[in-house]
Design a binder for this molecule. Structure first.
Ligand code: LHQ
Length: 261
């Protein structure tokens, strides 16, 4: 782990934890952070020893969005196309679960990042603000896609128009996160959750993520067909044989160690 880096990476028990590390700036996203995070995610995706990725941050914030001290007169479209858009696409297409572990405030593009995980775990003091309209911008980095799917058009519009802070209890009620843990035990709770996920069948979860993502923009007929195709792939994998054998033998399945043929 390189302490000076703006993104720290550490792998333990199959769980790769990536930590945004600009705490004095509330982990505001400059180019170095966004591109570094995207590269670390790609490396974690290609590393067979990594079964789950956790994305979290140092200090009291998760991510305050775009670093406003670095916003110049450049082309915003190009900036998004070259930085945030590939980052969000990398998370959504990574062939393993990504947990966003939201330790504090998530604002603007940081809110989009918080919503982009497959599993969203929040500390009790975490919060989310669709803060874009405070500086007269539109939601970006996926917020316009994620939020209405979670809360519906009207609530999403209100949250974006008024830029009101969503606290953890409210986020849990709205479905913006799966679980809220006490601040004091947050890191340990996230690691325990991630290890539980890491023990699940990795290949099947990769296909599950693929079929769910595709279903978001598919017709029922397309989704049924995609399920049927991927089921054949899943059914031919050793994980499926292990799951069925474990059921028959009345024991817990071991998805971590491929049995010898
Ligand atoms: C920051 C930031 C920050 C730099 C706190 N930048 N320093 C936009 C443009 C272009 C293309 C791409 O896409 C985007 C998407 C976006 O993300 S737009 C949204 C950008 N983010 C914001 O507008 C949020 C700005 N920050 C805030 O409103 C507050 O800091 C929040 C509500 C997040 C937290 O408030 P406080 O807890 O009161 O903290 P603070 O304001 O005192 O901040 C602490 C430090 O962090 C402070 O530095 P300083 O040197 O004075 O201690 C802030 O300047 C710095 N900081 N956010 N985005």
């Amino acid at each position: 782990m390189t302490e000076q880096s703006v993104v720290l990476a550490e792998t333990r028990a199959g769980v790769c934890t990536l930590t945004l590390n600009r705490p004095d700036k509330l982990n505001a996203a400059n180019n170095e952070l966004i591109l570094g995070l995207t590269e670390q995610l790609r490396q974690a995706g290609a590393d067979d020893s990594v079964r789950v990725v956790v994305l979290t941050a140092a200090g009291r914030a998760f991510c305050a969005g775009q670093d406003l001290s670095e916003v110049g007169s450049g082309n915003m479209t190009e900036h998004l196309q070259q930085t945030y858009n590939p980052l969000i696409q990398t998370i959504r297409s990574l062939g393993k679960p990504v947990i966003t572990a939201v330790n504090g405030i998530a604002a603007g593009a940081g809110a989009s990042l918080a919503l982009s995980g497959d599993i969203r775990l929040w500390a009790a003091s975490a919060s989310l603000v669709e803060i874009f309209s405070n500086i007269a911008l539109v939601p970006d980095s996926g917020s316009s896609w994620f939020l209405p799917r979670l809360v519906g058009y009207h609530r999403a519009f209100e949250l974006m128009a008024l830029a009101e802070k969503v606290t953890a209890p409210e986020a849990e009620r709205l479905g913006l996160c799966e679980h809220v843990y006490p601040d004091e035990t947050f890191q340990a709770d996230v690691q325990a959750y991630a290890e539980r996920l890491a023990a699940r069948p990795a290949h099947a979860l990769k296909l599950t993520k693929e079929v769910l993502n595709a279903a978001a923009t598919a017709s029922l007929a397309e989704a049924l067909e995609h399920e049927a195709q991927l089921q054949q792939v899943a059914g031919g994998h050793w994980e499926h044989r292990e799951g069925v054998n474990a059921f028959r033998e009345k024991r817990a399945a071991d998805f971590l160690n491929k049995p010898q043929d």
